[in-house]
Design a protein. Sequence first.
Length: 167
Amino acid sequence: MRRNAQADDGEPDPDPSGGTTASHPRMPLVHLLRSVAVDLDLRAAAFAAEQHLHPTDLRALIALLDAERAGESMAPGRLGARLHLNSPTTTAVIDRLEALGFLTRERDPHDRRRVLLVVSREAKILGWDFFGPLITRILAVMDGFEPADLDAYERVLRAIAQSLHAN
């Protein structure tokens, strides 16, 4: 079944929402956001391939780095929940990343029974070597905007991110 494609007669297929979504004046912005997401995903896939990582391994590293930036610790169970993985799959991801030297398992200093996952310095260096130039270019682009514009942009992206998690 084709969706959102051109019919054989050259006419666009109808909008499944009854025409209210496709004609929304902000649809070009939605398409641009999707395009940026696809481009970023392609870069992430290139990094994963270069480092011999499964896409889930890369998502795990990103989740761990995000938690670290937020000042939060990450145990295996929390990582699995974050990525919607079962326990055996989570263990396999952690084992692969540990074997590659991308993370270590450390005892929680507050609860020695608990294991925490920590991204290695080497993994951070590899990530920065690959993504650093892109991040630098993105920051340079942002420097061309007024702080109020960037504040609005941040609010929009946060709201979009929230809507992605609302199911």
